[in-house]
Design a protein around this ligand. Structure first.
Ligand SMILES: CC(=O)SCCNC(=O)CCNC(=O)[C@H](O)C(C)(C)COP(=O)(O)OP(=O)(O)OC[C@H]1O[C@@H](n2cnc3c(N)ncnc32)[C@H](O)[C@@H]1OP(=O)(O)O
Length: 130
């Protein structure tokens, strides 16, 4: 799993208990999943189809820095299944895990279309193959 994105927990991210609001965290993960999939599949028309087993393991406080990790589980025909972990950057404590996020590659018509990818690609390899 790779941790690309960091977020700073600000006052507007808190719930009435004064800790990081779970809905905000899920929005960050959804965006991270979409960005990751767009880059891997080289297509900006991707959507979140399915998310499962979301486990809020510990809370984060205002001022904490959290980092969002994404790992690939499976390249399907039109889908990419990933998983995510969010952890506290300083303590490395796990804040949340999502076991399965299924992202679907869409064509111009908005329907699922094969992406043709079978493995993780890195930008440096794409550039050296160009
Ligand atoms: C980043 C964002 O926030 S996007 C906004 C939120 N998301 C959306 O608005 C998406 C709304 N949903 C849709 O438009 C449609 O359900 C679509 C286009 C995603 C999929 O339509 P479907 O008719 O289900 O497509 P289809 O049956 O061909 O399945 C497409 C892929 O998703 C997988 N899939 C479909 N349903 C599920 C499911 N419940 N669980 C896991 N995988 C699933 C299929 O296995 C298939 O993968 P594969 O081709 O790699 O084998």
């Amino acid at each position: 799993m790779r941790f690309h994105t960091r977020k700073w927990v600000k006052p507007e991210d808190l719930n009435p208990n004064g800790t990081l609001f779970g809905g905000r965290l899920l929005a960050w993960i959804d965006e991270e999943a979409a960005l990751y999939t767009t880059i891997q599949l080289e297509n900006s028309k991707v959507v979140t189809k399915y998310m499962s087993e979301i486990n809020f393991m510990s809370s984060a406080q205002q001022g904490d820095i959290v980092e969002i990790g994404i790992g690939v589980k499976k390249f399907g025909k039109t889908s990419l299944t990933i998983h995510s972990e969010v952890r506290n950057k300083m303590t490395r404590e796990t804040i949340l895990t999502v076991d399965n996020i299924v992202m679907v590659n869409l064509g111009e018509d908005g329907k699922p279309t094969p992406h043709g990818k079978t493995k993780i690609e890195f930008v440096k390899d794409r550039l050296s193959n160009a």
